[in-house]
Design a protein around this ligand. Sequence first.
Ligand SMILES: *Cc1c(COP(=O)(O)O)cnc(C)c1O
Length: 464
Amino acid sequence: MIYTKAPKPVFPAEAASLEYAALLDAADPLRGFRDQFIIPSKANLATKKLAKPGLSSEPSIYFCGNSLGIQPKAVSKYMEAQLDTWSSIGVCGHFTDLEDSPLKQWQLLAEQAAASMARVVGAAPEEVAAMGTLTGNLHLLLASFYKPTGTRRKILMDWKAFPSDHYAIESHIAWHGLDAKENMVLIGPDEGQYEISTEKILSYIDKHAEDGALLLLPGIQYYTGQLFDIPQITKYAKARNLVVGWDLAHAYGNVELNMHDWNVDFAAWCTYKYGNAGPGAMGGLFVHERHGKVDYSAGEDSPKFRHRLTGWYGGDRSVRFKMDNNFKPIPGAGGFQLSNPSVIDLTCLCAALSVFDQTSMTNLRQKSIKLTAYLEHLLLKDTTKETCLFEIITPSDPHARGAQLSILLKPGLLHTVSDRLQNAGIICDKREPGVVRVAPTPLYNTFSEVFKFVEVFKGALSSL
Ligand SMILES: *Cc1c(COP(=O)(O)O)cnc(C)c1O
C-alpha cells in the first residue's frame, strides 16, 4: 500500500511570517528539485520576450502546474541528444542504442516512458502505454470498454466533467445508436455544495447497478480540485459489475495512485499538467493486466484478446515488421498502441519523467500535503474583511484534494484580483465566473512563494 494517510498538518501561531516559510523551505528534503526547472521570469512575462541574457531573471511565482507544468532543464538536453541521433545515424536510430544518449533506441522509447509512468500511476510497466493524447486515448479506451448491452447501457460520470470528457462519452453513446441524454448519468453534489460525497457516488452506483455499463470519473475534479476516493468507489462499482475507468488528468504526478492494486479497469491521463512534459505532450493510458492478456491456446495464428481499435504499433515487436496482416498484440497496454510514435514527443516526455525517476510520489505527496495545507492555513487565518470575500471550494481534508486550492471570489472581484496577481508576477489560473485556481507543486514551488502569494492576494482584497 503506497497511499499516505497522514494527519492534516497544523501550523503554530508564528507560521504567518516569511521567516517561518523560509525555515520550512530549509527543512524541505525535496528543495533541490526546483533547480532542475526553468522558472519563467517576471521580466520575460512582462516584456513578452524570449529568455535572453541581460534580462532580469527574478523568477515569477508559478502556481499553474495544474494547467501547464514548467520546463525541466532535462528537456533541452534530451532533445539535443535526440536531434543528434537523428542527424548522426538517420533510420538506424530505430534500432541503435547510442552510448552517450540518455534515450533508448526509438523502437524502445515508448517503453522507456511507460516504465517511468507506471511508477507514477502505480502499475506494472506492461499495464501502461505512452501514446496519443488524453481525449484520443479516452476514445480508444471507450471503444474497447464501453459495450452497452440490452439493459446495461448507461455511463455514470461527473455532472461537470471537463468538456472533452463529456463530448467523448456523449459521442460514444451516439456511436452505438443510443440516446446520449438518456444514457449519461450525471453525478453532482448536493444543492449548494461543491464537494461530491463518496456516499452520494455510491448511491448512484446502487441506483444504476442494473442499467449502468460503465463509470468514468476524474481522479481529481479540475474545477473544484476534489480528489475522489478511487479505491473505494472502484471496489464498490466493480462489485456491481460496472466497468470502471478514471481520467487522471489532474491526478497524474500530483497524488499517489495505485491503479493496479485498486483493480481499476482502465485509465488515461495527459502529461503536461503536473507531469511537466510540455504543451500538448504525449499522454498515457492504463489497462489492467487482466484485460491485456493474449491467449494463444487456439493456435499461434489465432490469438484471442480483448476487442480494441488496432494499429500496427500495437502488434508484437517480434512480428511487427513481418507485414503478414495477422495482428498479434503486445500483451498489456502496449497492445492498444496504433502508430509509430513521435520520437520528439517521447523525448520531451522521457525528459520530464527523468525528474520523477529521482524521487517517488510518496515523497512528493508528503511535501505537497504540507505545502497546500500551508496555503490554506495562511488564507483562512483570522477572520477579516478579506476572508469574507472568498471561499475555498476545494475539500479541506488533505486526502480529498491534491496540490490545488480553488478560491471562489465574491461576484465581480475576479478581474481585479487576477490583475493584481499578474502585476506581482504571480501566475495562477482563473476560471469564470469567479474562481482562482492556485496549485503550489512540490517539485518546484516553495513555502516562501506560498507566503508571498497570500500577501499579494489579501492585499488585493483589502484594497477593494
Ligand atoms: C486537461 C484535461 C483534458 C485535456 O485533454 P487533451 O486531450 O489533452 O487536450 C481532458 N480532460 C480533463 C479532465 C482534463 O483535465
